[in-house]
Design a protein around this ligand. Sequence first.
Ligand code: GLN
Length: 236
Amino acid sequence: MKKILLVILSVVLFTVSFGSNKVYVGTNAEFPPFEYLEKGEMVGFDVDLAKEIGKIMGKEIVMKDMAFDGLIPALQTKKVDLIIAGMTATEDRKKTVNFSDPYYSANQVIVLNEENTDIKGFEDLKGKKIGVMLGFTGDFVITEMGYPSEKFNAAFAGIMALQSKKIDAVVLDSETANNYIKKNDNLKLAEGKGEAEDYAIAIRKADKELLEEVNSAIEELKENGKFEELLTKYFK
Ligand code: GLN
């Protein structure tokens, strides 16, 4: 009888300790090829990267899809433990969260309709109707330049407005912009590019241990070739 109780107890303890072995990861699945929905399922570079990091940490990764500007609040209120969302490690965000070592370098670019000939770089955006995504780095860059802009909730919505000529240009991260251009013959990129920005995983300031675990997992993935494999899968 005692033995049976002991077995039951160990099973319970096992489930309790390992059942909570989950890491909740917030993202905004509207940012291809980093995260997007395919037949209702969340896929992309960041999603795979999160899963690989989870494997190394021996933890189950649970992805949560939400609005981009809700990600940092969700991290702070512990609804998620990590953010992986093509998020740029900006100085401003560093005031509220920690960032892992960078895992991708991108920059802001200008998406135009094919026939546009008067916008070559950021200085030519003056007086134009510019579309940005609310709370994205493109939004900050354009605001800092002193240009007014129309704010969209997702890259896709901005691209649609551009295609229907409601706006003249969309300022967006390079990889996502390329993704839309590949799929739409009537779109092109302006020559001028913004400064480089680093994508990194956001972590609560207090979670120092988790930060180290994530950083060493990224390092391991870079060393064992898995990281390169993911780059090839999504960008080449
Ligand atoms: N890199 C941009 C930012 O951090 C956009 C990220 C995204 O839309 N997922 O603001």
